[in-house]
Ligand binder design. Structure first.
Ligand SMILES: [Zn+2]
Length: 332
């Protein structure tokens, strides 16, 4: 056997080294590729690895409407509608028409107590309130939830505010809003109280059987307006007794996304005719597309989508009491 020269030996050694380096590189590349497919969250390291799905992800059809009609509304309507935001920073300047209010004790059809005939609410929310109270009665066999308070004038709110300051000795309150800054001025807000069968009263604390309301009110268009986990945003203490009507699509959207009204009104500004719609389905399967239209100085043109036959979709709009309008289109 011929002896290899030193040069031949070196050549074989170099090839072996080169092959080893190549092998290490391949291992490193393969390794790093498979790492990228892992879930980058440490907490998932122990989970069984799912096989890589090579099928294209299903991209939802972009929502577009072909044609719009324009309606023009005056800018003072920014203060009207079910989505008006009223809080410690957002005054409610809208003059509520007395004809739009009803005496709840007279207008209601449900079996639930109302404090007295001074309790007024916006005409249009008595029927959903009746429905909600019927739902509660069916679920719990209780009709102990009393309507304590509804619409309030500025004078009434001033009285309550003064009483609160007097009783606490503070010069401001996180429990009673200043006059002009209470959503009770809208006729869309309700305070509950529990009226026991023995004739005694207690605060509605939303616990026990009464959890039903925070769980189900959205199905009727009402939200628990000042929940405990949103006090930093609402700037109002937890008020389990205070409910606000916003309509079923919006109450559903807020409930399902864990948003309070401040957050929701803010979020909707990202959804416009140009950028795309906020979509929500209510529990009965009705689909809605929701979008924001910035308010103009004196009037605002609101685009309303048209069906293929040229007829407008069913829609509603509401001012947000800040800077524009929210349009809600019913799709089916
Ligand atoms: Zn209230």
């Amino acid at each position: 056997m011929a002896k290899r020269t030193i040069w031949q030996r070196l050549k074989y050694k170099n090839i072996a080294i080169a092959l080893a380096i190549l092998l290490i590189l391949i291992i490193l590349i393969v390794n790093s590729c498979s790492k990228n497919e892992d879930v980058p969250d440490d907490s998932n390291d122990n989970l069984p690895q799912t096989s890589v799905d090579n099928t294209e992800p299903e991209v939802p059809e972009p929502v577009v409407f072909e044609k719009y009609d324009m309606i023009t509304v005056s800018s003072e309507e920014i203060g009207k509608g079910y989505l008006v935001l009223v809080n410690n920073n957002t005054v409610y300047n809208t003059q509520v028409d007395e004809d739009s209010l009803s005496i709840v004790g007279q207008a209601k059809t449900g079996r639930y107590p109302v404090k007295d005939y001074t309790v007024l609410l916006d005409n249009s929310i008595i029927a959903p309130l009746d429905e909600m109270m019927k739902g509660f009665l069916e679920a719990t066999n209780l009709n102990t939830v009393m309507i304590l308070s509804g619409y309030r004038t500025y004078e009434k709110q001033q009285e309550l505010y003064n009483d609160e300051l007097e009783s606490t000795g503070q010069d401001s309150s996180t429990l009673v809003a200043k006059p002009g800054y209470s959503e009770h001025h809208t006729g869309l807000a309700i305070d509950f109280k529990v009226y026991n069968t023995d004739g005694t009263y207690q605060d509605f604390d939303g616990t026990g059987d009464y959890v039903w309301f925070s769980d189900n009110s959205y199905k009727y268009g009402f939200i628990n307006r000042y929940p405990a986990d949103k006090t930093a945003i609402t700037m109002i203490d937890n008020e389990p007794w205070h409910f606000r009507y916003v309509g079923i699509p919006h109450a559903t959207a807020m409930k399902k996304n864990g948003l309070c009204l401040e957050e929701y009104v803010d979020l909707l500004k990202n959804y416009t005719v140009d950028t795309g719609f906020f979509e929500v389905s209510d529990d009965s399967g009705t689909e809605y597309r929701i979008y924001y239209v910035a308010g103009g100085d004196e009037s605002t043109n609101i685009p309303i989508p048209l069906k293929e036959n040229g007829q407008p979709y069913e829609y509603t709009y509401s001012g947000n009491n800040v800077d524009g309008f929210i349009v809600t289109v019913t799709m089916n």
